[in-house]
Design a protein around this ligand. Structure first.
Ligand code: MG
Length: 327
């Protein structure tokens, strides 16, 4: 009901029954206007809003997405996710049972990495003003491994991906369009900090990490060649691609490396450490499909795909509106 966002008794009830009970922790329990945090050495801070149709999909839901998305952006800077905010914008008429599933899913992800929701907000908008639920989360993490940056790529760095490409985008799109190729599509939505922590603990020389969300692998590589003023050469046949994802792409004319992922990241690692990092990824849960796909070269801010025939072509930067409301 609209009254659940009015700040009165119904709001208080919703907050205590739905959120406080599932996100409970000492900081949240203070119930103050702002969360007072213990000192965080070298903090990283990020925010993201999540809007996806459908709210529940194979491999995840908007709640899981809202925790993983923000925690993963922190992890990509070598920061351990610690404190998150969450803001819900809810359409009037949304069932409480749907919200409960979403918040349960958020709590489950938070618990996996020991992160906490320490502040939040709820608004209810009239029916039709918003499609279901929008969640915003912001996060603060502590940087454990400085100097990871999109500006740090160096010639000879090995470029690798922690998993197969396009899983999330293919799942959302096929679900929305009612395409069911084989029923094997599944979003890769997952927390990346456990994998990242293992890599950083080895002291490996990691130049850059970025999760390949909207815009997919292609957007990450294009952002990197521009930020570091280098060229990246990618061996097309090395890009891991699951066959149902390939099927969706062939059917609809998508490039798989333009499709979003929500639990896969791209790394640039010094050559001397690349084999170790790759093996570590492949042995970590969620990293089984990790592959080295290319290398960094001096060059002209472009991403070059090489085929097994020895031919070369430019990887296109994603443009236009591929998939609205996907993450
Ligand atoms: Mg990111």
């Amino acid at each position: 009901m609209l009254a659940h966002g009015s700040g009165g008794e119904e709001s208080a009830h919703l907050i205590s029954e739905l959120f406080a009970s599932r996100f409970d922790n000492p900081i949240l329990r203070q119930n103050e206007d702002a969360a007072c945090l213990p000192g965080v050495k070298s903090p990283a801070f990020c925010t993201d809003s999540f809007t996806v149709t459908p709210l529940f999909f194979n491999g995840g839901d908007i709640g899981k997405l809202s925790i993983c998305g923000t925690a993963n952006d922190l992890a990509m800077m070598g920061a351990q996710p610690l404190y998150l905010s969450c803001s819900f914008v809810i359409e009037e008429g949304t069932k409480i049972s749907i919200l409960e599933r979403i918040v349960d899913s958020m709590a489950e992800q938070l618990q996996k990495i020991g992160a906490q929701i320490v502040t939040g907000d709820t608004k209810v908008l009239p029916k039709g003003a918003v499609d279901g639920v929008i969640i915003n989360t912001s996060g603060i993490g502590e940087i454990r491994h400085p100097n990871i940056s999109c500006q740090n790529l160096r010639p000879d760095d090995v470029v690798m991906v922690s998993g197969s490409v396009g899983d999330h985008g293919a799942e959302i799109f096929s679900r929305r369009e009612g395409i069911n190729l084989s029923g094997n599509l599944c979003s890769d939505c997952q927390l990346l900090w456990p994998m990242v922590e293992k890599i950083l603990e080895t002291g490996a020389s990691v130049s850059a990490m970025r999760d390949a969300t909207r815009g997919g692998l292609s957007a990450v590589l294009h952002e990197w060649v521009r930020a570091s003023n280098v060229e990246i050469e990618v061996e097309e046949s090395a890009i891991p691609l699951k066959s149902p994802v390939k099927g969706v792409c062939e059917l609809l004319g998508f490039e798989p490396y333009h499709l979003a992922n929500e639990g896969m990241f791209v790394l640039a690692v010094a050559k001397k450490d690349s084999q170790n990092v790759l093996e570590l990824l492949q042995n970590a849960p969620g990293g089984e499909h990790a592959r080295a796909i290319g290398r960094v070269k001096t060059g002209n801010q472009r991403v070059v795909l090489t085929s097994s025939w020895g031919t070369k072509r430019l990887m296109e930067y994603p443009s236009g509106e591929l998939l609205p409301r996907i993450c």
